[in-house]
Design a protein around this ligand. Structure first.
Ligand code: FDA
Length: 384
């Protein structure tokens, strides 16, 4: 059978592109080496899929070209996806910070996308690996099929044990396209021996403001056996490069709080004063780091100001991240300079498109990455 387009990868981006192209009348073959489609959707959002965010805007994405994502995101918005979800009768709710989740299960999102593909007559082949790709006479040949267009939607290498690969980069390089060095993003940090103090309080979470390279996020930080995690940390990890310091404010308004504690309980130590606001084990670790040896009542304004500065600007220099094994996404990828922002087609290779996480566009935590998958999928699907 002849196809108009072959799509490699039946994740969020590939399914969306397939449904869009199929419903527009194209003969679509969708290939994935996994035994089922949308595996990352199924595990996302704790099984409830944080499928988009009410606050989608281009500023919530990282890329070497911060303008690239604008076109696709503005032509297929969060409201378009919400409309699709509602048409399929899937109940949803906003959890926090504009993040939308299914009330039921992420399985509903995969079923919805599969139904949309079926409506477009998409042929899906699972358990088929996209090994060699050949291009001759204006046609792309892969896995025994051929078509004048190929959409690469194989994602990035995050979570390899789920079948994630860097196949998209290999295909890009095969066609001479530049790939922005991929790196794990939305990923926990590991801390060096010198910060072991904090790894002894594994499991403690605290509201915080985390800052890296001038970018900050106000969400929870979680101390782990190996370092730091939690939403605030995952967010700043995408902006982090080896050697950068991470600054954590775990007690906003620290000086006023310490002065109030001094007035209220002058005989108490710093540990007790901090335990009024923070989990006890964290209060103990922080008091040790601040090193204020005296009772609160004996502490001078200058000593409290020094303590407050430490608490509002805890500095960690991670010795690394937990890597692709734990990274929610991969930053970097096929360079946007190579692609049309309208169709996601390679400027130098007519008919070859890259979409989703494979491309150098990475969203914040909170539904931004799926919205990019949907929007870039629609952009490519409309173009075929
Ligand atoms: P995706 O990785 O989903 O799909 C690629 C597909 O290609 C896979 O089906 C894979 O099997 C296939 N493939 C790979 N190599 C192949 C080859 N050589 N041959 C054939 N097939 C191949 N985002 C968000 O917005 N909200 C959320 O709640 C979450 N939650 C979340 C939780 C966890 C644990 C992870 C790991 C990630 C998230 N994400 C997320 C991120 C989100 O899952 C991710 O950004 C999208 O799935 C990317 O969609 P793609 O379709 O581009 O790639």
């Amino acid at each position: 059978m002849d196809y108009d387009v072959i799509i490699l990868g039946a994740g969020g981006a590939g399914l969306m592109a397939a449904a869009t192209a199929g419903q527009a009348g194209a003969r679509v073959l969708l290939i994935d080496h996994a035994e089922k489609a949308g595996k990352k959707i199924l595990i996302s959002g704790g099984g409830r899929c944080n499928f988009t965010n009410l606050g989608i805007e281009p500023g919530c994405y990282l890329s070497e070209n911060l303008h690239f994502a604008k076109s696709a995101l503005s032509r297929y918005t969060q409201w378009d996806f919400i409309d699709l979800v509602q048409r399929h009768g899937i109940a949803w709710h906003e959890k926090t910070l504009g993040q939308l989740f299914c009330d039921g299960s992420a399985r509903q999102i995969v079923a919805m996308l599969e139904a949309e593909c079926a409506k477009g007559g998409v042929e899906t082949r699972l358990g088929v690996s996209a090994t060699a790709v050949r291009h001759r006479d204006g046609r792309f040949e892969v896995a025994g099929a051929a078509a004048p267009r190929l959409i690469v939607a194989t994602g990035g290498p995050s979570i390899p044990k789920m079948g994630a690969t860097g196949r998209a980069y290999e295909i890009a390089r095969q066609f001479g396209l530049e790939v922005v060095e991929p790196r794990p993003a939305l990923v926990p940090f590991t801390l060096p021996e010198s910060d072991r103090l904090f790894t002894t309080i594994a499991g403690v979470a605290v509201p915080s403001v985390a800052r890296v390279n001038g970018v900050s996020f106000e969400e929870a930080t979680l101390f782990t056996h190996r370092g730091l995690s939690g939403p605030a940390i995952l967010q700043v990890s995408s902006y982090w490069r080896a050697g950068d310091a991470v600054r954590l404010n775990v007690l906003p308004g620290a000086l006023e709080r310490l002065k109030a504690a001094r007035a209220k309980s002058p005989r108490a130590g710093l540990k007790a004063a901090l335990a009024e606001h923070l989990p006890a084990r964290l209060a103990e670790a922080l008091a040790a780091r601040v090193g204020l040896a005296t009772e609160m009542g004996n502490a001078s304004d200058a000593e409290l100001a020094r303590a407050a500065a430490v608490l509002e600007g805890l500095e960690f220099v991670p010795d690394g991240t937990e890597g692709y094994a734990k990274a929610e996404v991969t930053a970097g990828g096929v360079s946007t300079a190579e692609l049309s922002s309208k169709t996601m087609e390679a400027k130098a290779v007519p008919g070859l498109h890259f979409i989703g996480e494979a491309v150098d566009v990475t969203g914040w935590l909170g539904g931004y990455n799926f919205q990019w998958a949907w929007a870039s999928g629609v952009a490519a699907g409309q173009a075929v």
